[in-house]
Design a protein around this ligand. Structure first.
Ligand code: MN
Length: 172
């Protein structure tokens, strides 16, 4: 029974225009959102290995945040929910936490934009110990040659562009 219920967890990808535009991958683990900053954003092209720099955990509730982080606060800038859904690990005998500790997680994402298998693998590449790579697996959801961040730039919650003024589409 434990096997059946342990699995479905939240994932969120925030699109965040701070000092530079990036995407924040957030994966639920033990009551928090483990977080990685992905400078180029996720890709559905298995040929793309996207750098994902592990950053500090965020509270679960932050997954619902879309808006503006004020000047002077950490991460000041605009944030939209670029994708969200649930994920599971692809293993019968290893938990997500065990995979992270080992530095190699096999995930199945069920978002609106990101779907199917992904690998999140710690790398020495770039020298930092917080560096991981996010790689789409070759499966039916893979789209070689595509750039999902360019094709589908808007919030999945409000339909807003990251540069629309807050609330600007709320009165349509
Ligand atoms: Mn960020």
């Amino acid at each position: 029974m434990r096997e059946a219920v342990r699995d479905s967890r939240k994932f969120i990808v925030h699109k965040h225009r701070a000092r530079s535009l990036h995407y924040d991958l957030r994966l639920e683990s033990q009551g928090v959102l483990k977080s990685w900053a992905v400078p180029k954003g996720p890709s559905l092209d298995p040929g793309q290995k996207r750098l994902a720099v592990e950053v500090e955990d965020h509270p679960l509730g932050y997954g619902d945040f879309e808006g503006v982080i004020p000047e002077g606060e950490y991460g000041a800038g605009k944030v939209i929910i670029w994708d969200r859904g649930s994920f599971e690990v692809r293993s019968e005998h290893e938990t997500f936490e065990e995979m992270l500790a080992r530095g190699a997680a096999k995930l199945v994402l069920r978002g609106e934009k990101l779907r199917g298998g992904f690998a999140l693998v710690r790398t020495k590449w770039g020298g930092g110990k917080n560096n991981w790579l996010l790689i789409k697996e070759k499966d039916d959801d893979a789209r070689p040659g595509s750039e999902i961040t360019a094709e589908e730039p808007l919030s999945v919650v409000t339909g807003r562009d990251i540069d629309d003024p807050p609330g600007g589409k709320d009165h349509d």
